[in-house]
Design a protein around this ligand. Structure first.
Ligand code: SF4
Ligand code: SF4
Length: 371
């Protein structure tokens, strides 16, 4: 049984030690970083930089606390994420969202390079076959995965597994392109975009969000550059009328997250990766979307564990006990089921955790220790 340490977002005393940054410091002491990491060891602090309009990410102050705690044991951390839009633009997104060398106290670097094609093909499993893992994450020998917990239109839930899986691989590989990148999870077959002229409202949101400028409209007719397209699915997710789709299989997608996570973690020795889940500003969608809606569930707190399956199970258990926040998307979508995450997206989100356990990444049985 794995230990999961927890600090609640509820504040009982008006002093720093009872604040969320203060509690995170205490959590990091409790888990004993020296047990996992060594003096002078390079540690990747993996997070998600968000997008230009999605500001509800792991706040820089928390990343700073993780960095300072690692420096406190003599380790050498850096903050990183993989390229989601053009690399230079993504670094600017990080900067605008407050994540830069000055705020976090260490270099902020892209794990798969400015072009997002600095990656290495790693054996995955029966769904994906192989996947392109960001070289930096493949090479570094220790990591702390800082995940902002939220909903997700395709996965139903996004936490540590999704952060490692989608965030540890690249969009594209120099030779095998999108087929061994994130797109291999998002779609099936050749993954050609399907445009339905009848349904199209000509809002051009798909064109605006494409990170590669692959979509064009001429005389109100859709076209896109299939060779350039990463199959990231951003255009389909913002389409308000279902006019644009990528062929997919939701169960396969959710299971493939666990498979990709296993591939990403395969280069680490046991005990060299810690996970911190931030159950804060829990919004309905992924942090890569162009905006962040109001939180659907009240802040719950911060969890930390060495077991990716345990921390995900503990997170889900906590979320399922919570109530939908009034005036939020979850409140509007209330349904007969008690499973509030399911009625947000209607996706088989728990399969991520079940598949991760089946693949040997950890255990769903955990001991919750509240500080
Ligand atoms: S899936 Fe859509 S948004 Fe993503 S690269 Fe292809 S055309 Fe652009
Ligand atoms: S987002 Fe959808 S509705 Fe809007 S232009 Fe693109 S295909 Fe048409």
């Amino acid at each position: 049984m794995s230990k999961v340490y927890f600090a609640s977002s509820r504040i009982k005393k008006w002093k720093y030690a009872d604040s969320m940054p203060g509690k995170l410091e205490r959590l990091l002491k409790e888990i004993n970083l020296s047990h996992y990491f060594e003096k002078n060891e390079w540690i990747a602090v993996k997070t998600h930089f968000g997008s230009e309009g999605a500001h509800r990410i792991v706040r820089p102050v928390f990343l700073r606390k993780v960095v300072d705690s690692l420096k406190g044991i003599g380790a050498k951390p850096f903050v990183t994420d993989t390229v989601r839009i053009k690399g230079l633009d993504y670094l600017e997104v990080a900067n605008q969202n407050g994540i830069n060398h000055l705020s976090v106290g260490v270099p902020v670097v892209l794990a798969d390079g400015l072009y997002g094609n600095d990656n290495i093909v790693v054996k995955a499993g029966e769904i994906l076959g192989e996947i392109a893992v960001a070289t930096l994450i493949y090479d570094v020998q220790a990591m702390i995965v800082c995940s902002h917990v939220k909903g997700h239109i395709q996965a139903g839930y996004g936490g540590a597994i999704k952060n490692v899986a989608m965030g540890g691989v690249s969009s594209s590989h120099r030779h095998c392109g999108w087929k061994c990148g994130r797109g291999a999870m998002h779609t099936i077959g050749e993954g050609r975009l399907i445009w339905d002229e009848e349904k199209c409202e000509l809002c051009y949101q798909c064109q605006e969000i494409c990170p590669l400028e692959a979509i064009k409209f001429e005389d109100e007719l859709f076209s896109y550059n299939e060779d350039d397209c990463w199959r990231c699915g951003r255009c389909t997710r913002v389409c308000p009328s279902g006019a644009l789709t990528l062929p997919g299989d939701e169960e396969r997608f959710v299971r493939s997250l666990a498979e990709a996570a296993k591939a990403v973690l395969s280069s680490f020795k046991p005990g060299k990766v810690l996970y911190i889940n931030f159950l804060t500003e829990i919004q309905p969608e992924c942090d890569c979307m162009p905006s962040a809606d109001v939180p659907v569930i009240q802040d719950q707190g911060i969890l930390i564990s060495e077991d990716i399956v345990s921390i995900e199970q503990a997170t889900i258990d906590m979320l399922l006990k919570a109530k939908p926040l009034p005036q939020s998307a979850m409140d509007e979508l209330r349904s007969e089921t008690d499973d509030i995450l399911f009625y947000l997206s209607r996706k088989p989100y728990k399969l991520q955790i079940e598949e991760a356990e089946r693949l040997g990444l950890g255990s769903k049985i955990y001991e919750l220790i509240e500080i």
